[in-house]
Design a protein around this ligand. Structure first.
Ligand SMILES: Cc1cc2nc3c(=O)[nH]c(=O)nc-3n(C[C@H](O)[C@H](O)[C@H](O)COP(=O)(O)OP(=O)(O)OC[C@H]3O[C@@H](n4cnc5c(N)ncnc54)[C@H](O)[C@@H]3O)c2cc1C
Length: 384
């Protein structure tokens, strides 16, 4: 056994956004940081996602966390030199029940600080030429959504943290055991004063009993991307439509939501079966990113379903148009999710903290959550 007397204040397991956010907060607090990533680079949910920082999807309780995270993304895009665009979002209504939910949401949540407003069909198509005007009843515009390209941003953050913030990142090193203050990888033994376990969908390697008891389940999402669109086509704001209203927790405050849900259950059962809601965004390269579905279970299938991608593209046609809709890439990602909760935090040993279960909002919330965790806002008993 080779003991690395590393003298780090903080050790982090996992080079995804949750691990990176905790590393950033530790550095800001003047602490020395070592981060372990089992792969040669981050390959998990953090590089497979939509790249949407999406405060409009957060309910009142976590909206402020999302807005603080948004600020950090914009700050880091400057410092680390990656693309971040404050595109905002349009939720498009093609049925009066969709319009009612959006109107109720805007009216009911003024005190929260969402920067959203209703638009007429004419105002909506003026914001984005990708919006299908036929049968459009109106839209809700929100100004707070930010896009990053997760492939680029994750690499840029890793580089910036190592080169400018003095974070030691050890790649191709899986931590298979922790016994505070030590972390073990093969013959190597590392030491740190505080340890954060941010292992994403790997619930099996570290503290497997705690993760098994936590209630966290895995969720698989299918995604697609087009080639860069021709003629410098600009999507503008991210696009979403009726199905998205039943997906995000923010809209649960609307009494009118039930009518919409009842209609979708009747009219679009296959969409509910696969947990599909459809969104469209654009990267700096001009590619369009399209998703997604939600399949829950302990054993996400390695095989993607053609049916799901076809359903997504069929629904997309209802609200979006683009010069070149040909799909260039398909993939899937898996995230861990704790039903009804925005995160899972536990302390399996003194000075060891597990941060997991951010579900579909890890890009939106991680930087804000890490501020709270590092500030000690979560009162933890050993083994939560
Ligand atoms: C398809 C898809 C679309 C999404 N879209 C969005 C979106 O638009 N907006 C949004 O807010 N959220 C989105 N999400 C959710 C978001 O991507 C996740 O919540 C977030 O990336 C989770 O980050 P993480 O760091 O926990 O996990 P990961 O990114 O999976 O990182 C965990 C890392 O830990 C490493 N690791 C695990 N165990 C060990 C070990 N024992 N030793 C060393 N290394 C280890 C893994 O290799 C991995 O790199 C999406 C997710 C998916 C899958």
């Amino acid at each position: 056994m080779v003991v690395r007397e590393t003298n780090y204040d903080v050790a982090i397991v996992g080079g995804g956004i949750v691990g990176l956010a905790h590393a950033y907060e530790a550095v800001k607090a003047g602490l020395s940081v070592i981060l372990f990533e089992r792969n040669p680079k981050a390959l998990g949910a953090t590089i497979r996602n939509f790249g949407m920082v999406w405060p409009i999807g957060q309910p009142e309780a976590t909206f402020d966390r999302a807005m603080r995270a948004r600020e950090t993304w914009l700050e880091l895009s400057q410092k680390a030199g990656f693309w971040a665009k404050e595109w905002g979002s349009l939720h498009l209504a093609y049925h009066e029940d969709e319009l009612h939910v959006m109107e109720e949401f805007v009216a009911k949540t003024r005190h929260v600080g969402y920067q959203c407003q209703m638009l007429t069909p004419e105002e909506t198509v003026y914001k984005s030429k990708a919006v299908r005007p036929i049968k459009l009843e109106g839209a809700m515009y929100s100004a707070t959504e930010v896009n990053i390209d997760p492939r680029e941003a994750t690499m840029a953050l890793h580089r910036y943290f190592q080169e400018e913030l003095n974070v030691t990142i050890v790649y191709q090193t899986a931590i298979h055991d922790i016994s505070y203050p030590y972390l073990f990888s093969g013959e190597q033994k590392y030491r740190a004063e505080r340890i954060f376990v941010c292992s994403g969908a790997d619930l099996e390697t570290l503290y497997p009993e705690i993760m098994a008891d936590s209630g966290i389940i895995k969720c698989k999402l299918q995604m697609m991307r087009t080639k860069p669109q021709p003629d410098n086509f600009q999507l503008g704001p991210n696009l979403a439509a009726g199905l998205t209203l039943q997906h995000y927790a923010s809209f649960a405050v609307c009494d009118s939501l039930q009518l919409l849900k009842d209609r979708f259950a009747r009219e679009l059962p296959a969409y509910n079966k696969w947990g599909i809601h459809v969104m469209l965004s654009q990267t700096a390269k001009g590619e369009l990113t399209i998703g997604d579905s939600h399949e829950y279970g302990a054993d996400p299938s390695p095989f993607d379903k053609k049916e799901i991608n076809e359903l997504i593209l069929k629904y997309l046609k209802r609200f979006a148009q683009m010069p070149d809709p040909e799909i260039a890439e398909t993939w899937h990602g898996v995230y861990p999710k704790l039903a009804g909760k925005t995160e899972f935090i536990a302390q399996p040993e003194e000075n060891v903290t597990i941060v997991n279960g951010l579900g579909g909002a890890g890009m939106t919330l991680s930087f804000g959550l890490a501020q709270e965790v590092m500030a000690g806002n979560f009162m933890l008993s050993t083994k939560q």
